[in-house]
Design a protein around this ligand. Structure first.
Ligand SMILES: Cc1cc2nc3c(=O)[nH]c(=O)nc-3n(C[C@H](O)[C@H](O)[C@H](O)COP(=O)(O)OP(=O)(O)OC[C@H]3O[C@@H](n4cnc5c(N)ncnc54)[C@H](O)[C@@H]3O)c2cc1C
Ligand SMILES: NC(=O)c1ccc[n+]([C@@H]2O[C@H](COP(=O)([O-])OP(=O)(O)OC[C@H]3O[C@@H](n4cnc5c(N)ncnc54)[C@H](OP(=O)(O)O)[C@@H]3O)[C@@H](O)[C@H]2O)c1
Length: 499
């Protein structure tokens, strides 16, 4: 037990959240009801969505392409030194998560996913080594996954994430390079002590790789970054304030946080900040407070520019000044290194198992209802896998909210959105964000997401009775009573009409 009062208060808060908001795990051998949901992916989104469904009494099958060691998704496949950059308060992917610290590491994250999986008896409901390649609906709207052997499902939750296989581009001259080349997710056990390291890429993985080289006592690290991204402090308050821009786009006042970041955070390194035409509300920022200090103390250099190719002793690189776009003019230099780390990201898993018309323009992902439901398919919830850029978090309360919106649609026909209305909402959001420098759904903030949910529930009076359930996972029995009455009434009407 910790004696730190802040940590104690945090743990008490977590205890309260768990007691108040965790759905009860089903008793062993409990018979779960329809709707029956197919969940694709056993990362934290898939496991959390499944636990919400069974906790509310609905049956699930989780399909995971990898084997048992892939439980936990991307977190099961990255370095043991990886951890959360954002504060764990913003990474509460299930109500009874128990974080021991503000910034948990990969092991702690995986342990929490594992705990939920066991607690909600999801072992027997998970099919490992099954890649979902196709899902289709019969005339009654029921879904089949891959083939008939798994039975029929009433809904689909696609939880395939955004980080698939490591992306390792071929760079000219790679074969000549005398040193070692690794992907940023494969650094466990690598020795960088006293070596010069070049990191290719300027995203969150590059920042993490820089933490690795620093801990490994590399002589010097060069980050070779092709495009500018904002770095924001690792501070829960700053991150929350930024996420509170409900408009989810650059606004008249955006210059204030940008200016404050340049003056108080970048300070003497303001040249590394993105140019003034690339606002902070346009792309996912990197959350890190140490990287600029490492540059100041000289153990790391952050170079903006384009890779020309590998040479025997390093990388030829065209270094550009601030504001010069990728591919623009610059000074060609050789960055000497013994190790090159490709922090070049991950391939994006494909949603192509969904019906083709989910991808018809102008309503292809991420331009879906609430960014998650393809127009015309209220029974498909692509939870956490359609986003492009955001200020917010991936592993948080919204996983439960999306799951419960899907459950509401499935159990209560009067709450279902029609295709035309789903499209109208998408068009309305586009109109609202017409002046945004990015397409409407290519960037959002967490508060904008909450506004979307509020709007979704408020716009349809039949959804009002579900509000507590959708937002907090409580109070399901009242709307269910209404649904039973409505079903009985509908049956009576059908019988009357058929007479
Ligand atoms: C090193 C690292 C650190 C990160 N840190 C943060 C952070 O601090 N904050 C933050 O918000 N986010 C962070 N992220 C982003 C991270 O991706 C999410 O937070 C979250 O873990 C995503 O979980 P997920 O379950 O949605 O997807 P994943 O964890 O990617 O899981 C998806 C699963 O779906 C399976 N799958 C895919 N396609 C199929 C298919 N067709 N059939 C069957 N199974 C399939 C995959 O095998 C995988 O197991 C980080 C990512 C990395 C790589
Ligand atoms: N702890 C954390 O918070 C954490 C840690 C790691 C990852 N993540 C998350 O995981 C996801 C992936 O992050 P990531 O950093 O791995 O990938 P990323 O955000 O896609 O960044 C990849 C970087 O590599 C560059 N790049 C790609 N191909 C290149 C090439 N051929 N030549 C030169 N540069 C190239 C990209 O430049 P361009 O931008 O110009 O394409 C970009 O700077 C993100 O969602 C991220 O938030 C989070």
């Amino acid at each position: 037990m910790t004696r730190n009062p802040i940590l104690l208060a945090y743990q008490f808060l977590q205890y309260l959240l768990a007691r108040l908001l965790s759905p009860s795990p089903p008793s062993p051998n409990a018979k779960l009801n329809r709707p029956r949901i197919a969940i694709i992916g056993a990362g934290l989104t898939g496991v959390s969505s499944a636990a919400h469904c069974v906790g509310h009494g609905f049956d699930v099958v989780i399909f995971e392409a990898g084997d048992r060691s892939h439980l936990g998704g991307i977190w099961a496949r990255v370095n043991s030194t990886s951890g959360l950059q954002i504060h764990s308060l913003m990474y509460r992917f299930f109500p009874n998560i128990e974080w021991k610290s503000g910034y948990p590491n990969r092991r702690e994250i995986l342990d929490n996913i594992d705990n939920i999986w066991h607690q909600y008896s999801l072992e027997e409901k998970t099919k490992f080594n099954v890649t979902v390649e196709k899902v289709w609906q019969d005339g009654a709207g029921r879904w089949t996954v891959n083939d008939e052997q798994y039975g029929k499902f009433d809904g689909i939750i696609a939880a395939i994430g955004t980080c698939g296989e490591p992306k390792v581009p071929h760079i000219p001259g790679q074969e000549k390079f005398q040193g070692n080349i690794y992907h940023s997710s494969e650094l466990d056990g690598k020795d960088a002590k006293g070596k010069k390291v070049a990191i290719i890429g300027g995203g969150a993985s590059a920042v993490e790789a820089l933490e690795f080289t620093s801990t490994a006592q590399a002589e010097k690290t060069f980050v070779l970054s092709r495009s500018d991204k904002w770095i924001i402090p690792r501070n829960a308050l700053v991150d929350t304030v930024l996420a509170m821009n409900i408009f989810g786009q650059e606004i008249l006042l955006s210059w204030i946080p940008e200016k404050l970041l340049r003056i108080f955070f970048y300070r003497d390194l303001a040249d590394l900040a993105p140019p003034s035409n690339k606002g902070v509300f346009t792309e996912t920022p990197m959350v890190n407070s140490d990287v600029l200090d490492k540059i100041r103390e000289g153990s790391a250099s952050w170079l903006r520019g384009d890779i020309v190719g590998f040479v025997e002793n390093g990388i030829r690189f065209t270094q550009r000044a601030q504001g010069v776009p990728p591919g623009g003019p610059g000074k060609e230099v050789t960055v000497e290194c013994d190790i090159a780390i490709m922090a070049t990201g991950f391939t994006r898993p494909k949603l192509s198992f969904l019906p083709d018309d989910c991808f018809a323009e102008p309503y292809a992902p991420p331009n879906w209802y609430l960014q998650t439901f393809p127009p015309g398919y209220m029974s498909v919830c692509a939870n956490n896998c359609t986003y492009v850029n955001a200020i917010g978090t991936v592993g948080n309360y919204h996983i439960g909210i999306y799951t419960r919106i899907l459950l509401m649609f499935l159990v209560d026909p009067l709450t279902r959105p029609r295709e035309g209305l789903m499209k109208a909402w998408i068009d309305m959001t586009r109109l609202f964000k017409k002046r945004s420098p990015t397409p409407a759904f290519d960037f959002f903030t967490y508060t904008e997401l909450l506004w979307w949910y509020f709007f979704c529930v408020a716009i349809n009076p039949f959804r009002w009775k579900w509000a507590l359930f959708v937002f907090f996972g409580i109070g399901k029995s009242l709307p269910m009573r209404f649904v039973k009455e409505e079903d009985a009434l509908r049956e009576k009407l059908d019988r009357y009409e058929s007479k």
